[in-house]
Write a protein that binds this ligand. Structure first.
Ligand code: ZN
Length: 137
């Protein structure tokens, strides 16, 4: 059901410092920046071939990413797999017994539709399913 890895999400405290690190050290191109209120983050995407690194800075300490950093520190936050049709993927995942945080897709970064699986059901790996916006691909 997954096509490829869409992005790796990385939790950071200082977004601009993290962008500089990835741009300068790894020559990755910043392609998108957005405040995603529904997820409580300011986020950017940097291109790696067809995939991305998504840097996430929490808008406050009581957001999911803010709590993650308080508990575990900065670092890899989630893995996102892309699908063609997230509605179909969610039906399949449920049929496969996967416990999802999101029963229905919600709006993610850059007009994508996303849903998260429960880390308790995925060996502590927060897993995102993403249907990228058709306009950006
Ligand atoms: Zn993500």
């Amino acid at each position: 059901m997954f096509i490829r890895i869409d992005h790796i999400g990385v939790a950071v405290k200082d977004l601009d410092a993290a962008i500089k690190l990835y741009e300068r050290s790894f020559e990755m191109e910043l392609v998108h920046r957005e405040t995603v209120e529904s997820q409580g983050v300011e986020a950017v995407l940097l291109d790696v071939g067809e995939g991305h690194v998504e840097l996430l800075m929490p808008l406050s300490d009581d957001t999911p990413v803010g709590k993650f950093i308080a508990k575990k520190g900065e670092g890899i936050h989630h893995v996102a797999y892309s699908v063609d049709d997230i509605d179909a993927a969610l039906v399949e995942a449920e049929a496969n017994g996967m416990k999802m945080i999101d029963k229905e897709a919600r709006t993610g970064i850059r007009g994508s539709r996303v849903a998260f699986a429960h880390p308790a059901a995925t060996g502590s790996v927060l897993t995102e399913i993403v249907e990228p916006s058709k306009e950006t691909h």
